[in-house]
Design a protein around this ligand. Structure first.
Ligand SMILES: Nc1ncnc2c1ncn2[C@@H]1O[C@H](COP(=O)(O)OP(=O)(O)OP(=O)(O)O)[C@@H](O)[C@H]1O
Ligand SMILES: [Mg+2]
Length: 285
């Protein structure tokens, strides 16, 4: 049965999508089967994995329907799919072996409206849908929009683990404190004790700067063991592959980002033994 991980921070541009993509690539490289879920109408993860289909304005305005073969996360929520056959039809193979995706697109911006007109349990739509297909995967990674809304709640309900990237910048503490409080509130409000917070990690780090050194001390103090020790360095290759829509491992496996995310994956301690050994060997530790 797959382990489901939500990547969450309600602040934008902190590295949620890059982290989801690169961690998925690493897991796939380790021969683990990954299903990515793009919950963000910006659809950056879908684009990164070349699974993005642009909606016409009529489809976004709901004047006409999308083609059935282009059904995506928007329909999962709109029609509250829960049968394996229906959810399966939304899953697209990507060109990276071992990675599948349920993509997003612009019409997903209407999803909240569709969810909220239903008086049923609106928190478990994603959880119920994933339950139908997740036994075929080792990991499900959910990339979230920069928000704390009903979709984020669905993501947390569907998850075993939550992971929060934070970008080193002067005022981000307030931002991620808000995210942590929201996650804690949602967990408590809905009795989701089994959802484990894996921790916060810092992205886009320039390791020698004073701001990083200061923040590291303050984060470690404030967060204790919820602060992950592995920083992800700023690496131009990450931005490059996003504009080229290339998988990072194929484009350039020998980068700081690949090394750092590998270390992070080991620190998270969620890998099966064999995959863990392979990764340790691959990064030469
Ligand atoms: N380690 C890194 N080094 C350099 N650039 C990075 C790194 N991580 C992310 N970036 C770049 O920073 C930008 C923001 O990253 P990303 O899109 O992953 O953030 P996000 O949290 O998903 O944003 P949003 O909330 O808008 O969805 C992107 O252009 C990405 O290429
Ligand atoms: Mg994103």
């Amino acid at each position: 049965m797959a382990k489901v991980i939500s990547i969450i921070n309600n602040k934008g541009g902190v590295g949620k999508t890059s982290s989801t993509g690169i961690l998925s690539e690493l897991l796939a490289y380790l021969n683990l089967k990954v299903l990515c879920i793009d919950l963000d109408q910006q659809s950056n993860l879908s684009m990164m994995l070349k699974s993005y289909v642009e909606d016409s304005q009529e489809v976004i305005d709901e004047i006409c329907q999308p083609e059935t073969e282009n059904y995506n996360i928007a329909e999962l929520f709109r029609y509250r799919y829960k049968n394996a056959e229906d959810v399966d039809a939304l899953i697209k193979r990507t060109r990276i072996r071992n990675i599948d995706i349920i993509p997003s697109s612009k019409r997903h911006r209407n999803t909240q409206t569709h969810i909220l007109v239903n008086t049923g349990n609106n928190n478990i739509i994603l959880k119920r849908a994933l339950a139908a297909v997740k036994d075929r995967y080792d990991f499900v990674l959910i990339d979230n929009a920069p928000a704390s809304d009903i979709l984020t709640v669905n993501s947390i309900f569907a998850s075993d683990f939550i992971l929060t990237p934070v970008r080193v910048e002067a005022f981000s503490y307030k931002g991620f404190k808000e995210t942590l409080d929201t996650i804690a509130y949602i967990k408590e409000e809905h009795g989701l004790d089994s959802v484990k917070f894996l921790g916060i990690f810092i992205t886009q780090v320039e390791a020698n700067t004073n701001i990083y050194k200061d923040l590291k001390v303050s984060y470690s103090g404030e967060l204790g063991n919820r602060f992950l020790r592995t920083p992800i360095r700023k690496d131009i290759k990450v931005a490059e592959v996003e504009t080229l829509f290339e998988p990072l491992l194929k484009y350039n496996a020998n980068t700081n980002a690949v090394y750092d995310y590998s270390k992070l994956l080991l620190e998270l301690n969620i890998l099966p033994d064999q995959a863990k050994e392979k990764l340790i060997y691959a990064i030469g530790e």
